[in-house]
Design a protein around this ligand. Sequence first.
Ligand code: PNW
Length: 506
Amino acid sequence: MKWLVFICLLAIGSNAFTTRQQRKFPDDFIFGTATASYQIEGGWDADGKGENIWDRMTHTNPTVIKDQSNGDIAADTYNNYKRDVEMMRELGLDAYRFSLSWPRILPDGFSNRINDAGVQFYNNYIDEMVKYNIKPMITLYHWDLPQKLQDLGGFLNPLFPQWFEDYSRVVFDLFGDRVKYWITFNEPREVCYQGYDTVTMAPMLNATGIGAYLCAKHLVLAHANAYHLYKKEFAGDDGVCGITYSVGWSEPLTDSKEDEFATELMRQADWGIYSEPIFSESGGFPKELTEVVNQKSIEQGYSKSRMPEFTQEEIEFMRGAYDFFGINHYTGVYVSGTENLQEHPVPSMHDDINVGTSVSSDWPAAASVWLKQMPDSLLNVLLLIKEKYNNPVIYITENGWSTRLEAGLVDDDRVRYYRAALENVLDALDAGVNLKGYMAWSLMDNFEWMQGYTERFGLYEVDFEDPARTRTPRKSAFVYKEVVRTRVVDHEYEPSSMTMTIDEGK
Ligand code: PNW
């Protein structure tokens, strides 16, 4: 009897131990990696591609990029797409998220003239993935607007939602037979706020305090146009369409009323302004931010609020226009309404919300100044979105860590970051978050926007000095591959060699 009790206890003990250590990702959970067209493709003027806003900015104003580089060749995926797919197979990926270059398909931005060579390139890329059972997940817009549309005001032109719908129709029609996952926009905050307010991304248009809000209005309307078009004419039974936000974790510095309110405003300015019209039950722009902007606008002598309005019809049209919520997540900050405040241009979105942010020196730091490893930030974001928007389907569409080139192939800090993030994914699944997939940023090193090639996010290193743009797996690639293969995060796993192979029959 004593022995039986002992054996039973042992069994319970070891069981508890295995469940804690060996929590598994569900079989249908989708693992992938992500990239974006301008960051990897190159072929900037190949075979009839039109100019985009990053071509224009880097060619006319090269010093805005840290190493004065550009995406003219980048990782040359235009000529290396088969190698890219080979890497996806090496990693054993279920899916691959990439974006389309709008002007590679429509050189003038408008749908009257289609560039066949550009279409052929994407057909080849998609077919190669599908051949090996890798699900393509396409982002329609990841920041490389046709310059011809920028010349007409870009996102500030009220016709933008129509242009975007026309472009969407062309690509749904061309690729919708093989592609079942669509993301309309990557990170509206970066598009609108950085492009039209803080002047820190192309088109670097100085329209502070007005541009970002106007851009937000047209962007969410454009999203809804594309979403409804897709569902009505292309989706069939299994096609899904969503939008991806950069959602950092904003945490009140203290539990004071001021810090709580500042945190709410910061969340609304970062992503709520782009997500509330689509995901909230009430629809339209978020209430607190709208009130702050209304009030400041009047104080500043404007005849009307700088925050644009929607008609009731537009509000209804946008509300619920989604199949999933895409999250790009990297890090977080503490937010205060009274501490760390800074001077900002007036008017500007920064001045409107007027909050101070800080980080902890205990958090490990990446190569990018903004990127720290804040504990449990991903879990907190997932729980917030679950609660806020009635448990929507969520995909993590980006998550990753930057190193410098000199750091080499043994990227233990990236491995540590990914393992912590993937534990958060398991925690979220345990908590009932409707999370369906995870895309690591990035499959390979690429053009890191204003930082050029000085910061590396790849599971594969890319040699940008080499005309062949040779790709070599880092340690993190082997670790990620093991997670995808076993569906478990094994903190002890060490690759036995740095040679990659393809496991056939997956
Ligand atoms: C994303 N932040 O941008 C973009 O979607 C990618 O194109 C980019 O390469 C990647 O992250 C790494 O930077 C972000 O400050 C830029 O929190 C900044 C932040 C988040 C995402």
